[in-house]
Design a protein. Structure first.
Length: 66
């Protein structure tokens, strides 16, 4: 589980760094919209990965308790 946590942190760090950089968004609305959509996709991928890891952990716990 700790390994999965590290992997998740590794995946989310670039997203967090980019979110912080939104203070420096380009003045062009189209480029800004593209950047935001890209980050939304990255966030969704990280969220899906977290759900899979948690489900896997739950499956292991349930299997071991049987």
């Amino acid at each position: 589980m700790a390994e999965h946590k590290k992997e998740l942190e590794k995946m989310t760090k670039p997203v967090i760094d980019t979110l912080r950089s939104y203070q420096d968004l380009p003045p062009d609305k189209a480029l800004t919209a593209l950047a935001i959509e890209d980050k939304k996709r990255q966030f969704a991928a990280a969220e899906k990965y977290l759900e899979e890891v948690l489900q896997s952990a739950l499956d292991i716990v349930c299997f071991e308790s049987k």
